[in-house]
Write a new protein. Sequence first.
Length: 456
Amino acid sequence: MNSFQWIKKIYRNSLTRKIRRVLFHLFNFFYLPLLYHSCNSRLRKLPKETQIFLMTRGDFGTILVLLNYVHCWEEKRGKTCLVVLTYHQEAASRLAQIICPNTEIVSPGKIGLFALKTFREDIVHFQTFSRVYARLAVDYPNALYIYSQGSSPRTKADFSPYIPFFDRALDCVDPSTPKYFINSYIKTRYILDYNQDIYLDMVRLHYTTELSKPRVFAPHLLDQLKEKMSLRGSYVVLNISCRDNMLSHNRKRIFQTEKFNRSIEYLINLGYTVVIQGRKEQPLFAKRKGLIDYSRSVYCSPENDLLLYSGCSFAIMSKSGPENFGTLCNIPILGVDYVEFPSMQPNLKMRFFPKHMRNSKTGRYIPWKEWLKEPFYFDIGENKLNPAIEYVGMNADELLAAVKEFVLLLNKSPAEWENYTPLQSSFKKELTPLHVDLFHIKGVPCDAYLASSKFA
């Protein structure tokens, strides 16, 4: 292709974008008030005691968190209504119909889907859905939303819902707590884009629900899926993300996938089938009897993801959005190569093995009692508070030890999951409200991590 053809192509693309932008604004001129009126009219017809929830974020993990909240509210407190205003409205609505079938669901519907498929998703999300969400938040001030929605990344950073003067965690800080740790906490609270009081209500409410057995949603559909996949007997879900994400310094990424082979073989020898769940971010393991790669199958869908988790014996996962399926389905979760502890899920039946933290300048590994007191504890997303700290993944021996330790917990009651070992109890005692989510959840690190002489 010569220079003239390149210029011609760029001009056409530019012209197409301008035309689509004009068409969108014409469409939005009529559709925006129509969508608001449609949502508002349905909400006004609800019984007064109905609790309204607003789903505004598009990333998959936040959708699962809110759906768990709605499910728990419906189980313990009463009627609910979910307003879906996200570019994942189709998947979110379908999941909601399975997870909380008695909930009234209000969504943009077919016209909204048409807009999302015709125009850019982010434009529809911010120029249409966000504006309707803002009006509804004013009209229904008692509506609940865990994750709010800025109009741009800059807006979200500049106008965080966090106000330090209202933060009660700062009222009970131990006088010996270093100022640099407190400042790092405050900086992180600005970054965490959620309403903490509402999130913590979800955590407390979750722990009051029935947690003695898994929540199996639509068991008849699960049976059909298992039959299609030739999945019989007990199975374990494996989700380990190898996605390249430099924005978070590849902190979450699993680099050495071959270390999982021994643990996979161990589980297969115990009689489990191992099912790889996810999408293209999952590694490709050698085919073997007892291993099913659902992530590359024709059966992949958000609904089938939910069904798979609800029927499994437990799951092994790295830090990513799908781990919220574990909380939602109340199945045991073993977190491996775990990071970003200020943001945690409240699964009661959870253990995790952190990535090791090492000072790249000295080569020294940081013991857990130290990293709980250092600013880099608050490394999350783009937040990297000490450039010298690097995150080192588990080796195959550590992974197998964690799996063996975890398997011994599976038959325990919910109360017994809180019977921590002496080391785990020591870990819990080190936590304060400044450790954010890690302080409020019941999950703790594996003894295999805490007991290591290298990191004790």
